[in-house]
Ligand binder design. Structure first.
Ligand SMILES: *[C@@H]1O[C@H](CO)[C@@H](O)[C@H](O)[C@H]1NC(C)=O
Ligand SMILES: *[C@@H]1O[C@H](CO)[C@@H](O)[C@H](O)[C@H]1NC(C)=O
Ligand SMILES: *[C@@H]1O[C@H](CO)[C@@H](O)[C@H](O)[C@H]1NC(C)=O
Length: 499
């Protein structure tokens, strides 16, 4: 009786408390919604979930990630099958899907199995970066600050962090992580090839590469497919270089192609197999509001700030500088990607209509993505470049493509740019405002961000990956073994004709 009395007298209190909690939650919800900067894109809010404000800084995101993974959570480890066993199980899964799913093999979301590699290939390397990036601020490679290079190529971190995040915190619908290999469409190898290249002593790094190679090729799933359904991040052209020819069947995540042999050997990279990912931008995003505010301030016609001397295709830079340096409306400046460089590049790009994007060491360069997110229309002078997500995005709507032979003719480039109508410039700028979200990596990864587009592109590759896997499993000695597509420059007699 007494007990009942107490509960009854408590219940109005409970109701009141609940009401208060609910009200304050609502208040917080509204507050966080309003305190966000105004929705930067006209097509709906950029960040639909106000609880998780996305972090776009590599260092900040990584620090938070390492805190959360201080002692990596125990996970259900997939049983290690023999290759033939795994093959049978995958056959069963795929058969079940074929007869149950009217859209199979067009699969969405992509199911990815993330390997649990020993910490020396993963967490230890991330910790090595975090514990040393402050002291290595003066460390350079080929004239560029090393910690900035790592950041610029940190796609391996952003993709992995999204795959590892608890399902309740993930926003992408294009990919799910599976914990059993027989459920997987693709296998993700989380080896930080770029950090090891830059921060380890040369011989140590080479030996780590060999160890990683052995670990990877020992996997039953690798053995079954020859690596064809395995994803390997190699976003710096020197990453994994000493051994990567031995993993050439895998899907490489690359900054660009250049199969002339300078960086990647012909036969090791091609668009049907691999995937191009954008560099991580080094400037803040100029959103739709910023683009309309900066419209009247873009007084420079053509802007370029970067290294003026580069190797390989980057030799075009010196010629362009010679042609353009004294012209009116043109701003060209030698600069590196360091901290002071960021502000200078950001300001310059926001004050310019066009941003020159010549080939760097690779045909594309990080500057291209800085220009895109700054609302500065890229003028791409790089005959060989390949672009990220081109199965989804149309770069002609946000950039101009100029051949290097045209660009170095006296007066040609400036006449061409001055003849572009203000209406066309405005249209391209509006498209840039829409497109910039496709180039901003963040945690949590955002729908339509680069992490999301990676998986949407992968979905398009899947049928071919299976085709080549099965084909490789049944070929006999006399079969044709080499079946690849390749982009090559046309013979000089036929160049000029677009076939
Ligand atoms: C980096 O170089 C600057 C200028 O030369 C110097 O002042 C600074 O102490 C150096 N930083 C480190 C961590 O060595
Ligand atoms: C798979 O394993 C077998 C037996 O160890 C080996 O002979 C074969 O070369 C391996 N295949 C691949 C693609 O690694
Ligand atoms: C290019 O020209 C050479 C020499 O004329 C010829 O042998 C070769 O087959 C041509 N390649 C293509 C792709 O047309």
């Amino acid at each position: 009786m007494a007990g009942k009395q107490i509960t009854r007298s408590k219940s109005p209190l409970v109701v009141l408390t609940l009401l208060l909690v609910a009200l304050s939650l609502l208040f917080f919800f509204l507050l966080s919604f309003h305190s966000d900067s105004p929705a930067p894109f006209s097509d709906g809010p950029l960040y639909p979930n106000p609880i998780y404000k996305p972090e776009t800084s590599f260092v900040a995101s990584l620090e938070r990630f390492l805190l959360a993974h201080d002692s990596p959570p125990p996970t259900v480890r997939s049983r290690r099958h023999k290759p033939e066993e795994l093959d049978d199980l995958l056959f069963k899964t795929e058969t079940r899907r074929l007869y149950a799913d009217p859209y199979y093999p067009l699969t969405m979301p992509i199911r990815v199995y993330v390997y649990e590699m020993p910490a020396k290939f993963t967490y230890d390397l991330l910790r090595l970066f975090i514990s040393s990036y402050k002291d290595t601020s003066n460390l350079t490679s080929n004239g560029s600050p090393v910690h900035r290079l790592i950041e610029q190529h940190s796609i391996d971190y952003w993709l992995w962090a999204d795959l590892l995040a608890p399902e309740s915190e993930r926003l992408l619908k294009s990919v799910v992580r599976v914990h059993r290999q027989e459920e997987a469409d693709l296998f993700y190898i989380p080896f930080f090839t770029t950090i090891s290249f830059f921060l380890m002593e040369k011989q140590q790094c080479k030996s780590l590469y060999r160890e990683a190679l052995k670990w990877i090729t020992d996997q039953p799933a690798w053995n079954r497919s020859g690596g064809r359904d395995h994803i390997l991040p190699l976003h710096h052209p020197w990453s994994f270089k000493s051994v990567r020819r031995l993993v050439k069947n895998a899907i490489w995540l690359l900054p660009d192609m250049d199969s002339t042999g300078n960086w990647y050997k012909p036969g090791q990279v091609f668009l049907e197999k691999d995937l191009i990912l954008p560099y991580v931008a080094n400037v803040d995003v100029c959103d739709a509001t910023c683009i309309s505010e900066t419209r009247s301030k873009r007084t420079t016609l053509l802007f370029f700030r970067g290294r003026l001397k580069r190797n390989a295709g980057g030799k075009i830079r010196a010629n362009l500088v010679a042609e353009l340096h004294s012209a009116e409306g043109v701003f060209i400046e030698e600069g590196t990607a360091g901290e002071g460089g960021k502000a200078a590049a950001q300001n310059g790009m926001r004050k310019s209509s066009f941003c020159l994007s010549p080939a760097g060491d690779t045909p594309s360069s990080a500057r291209l993505f800085d220009a895109i997110v700054s609302g500065c229309i890229p003028v791409i002078v790089s005959d060989e470049l390949e672009l990220p997500f081109e199965g989804i995005l149309d770069y002609r709507k946000i950039a101009l493509f100029v051949s290097s032979s045209d660009a170095v003719q006296p007066g040609w480039l400036l006449t061409y740019l001055r003849n572009i109508s203000p209406a066309q410039i405005e249209e391209m700028r509006q498209n840039l405002a829409k497109y910039s979200r496709h180039f901003i990596y963040s945690s949590p990864a955002q729908p339509l961000g680069p992490e999301d587009l990676v998986w949407r592109m992968m979905a398009g590759k899947l049928v071919n990956i299976r085709l080549h896997t099965r084909r490789s499993q049944r070929v006999v000695k006399e079969s044709r073994r080499i079946c690849t597509c390749d982009c090559r420059r046309a013979n000089s007699t036929t160049s000029g004709h677009l076939l």
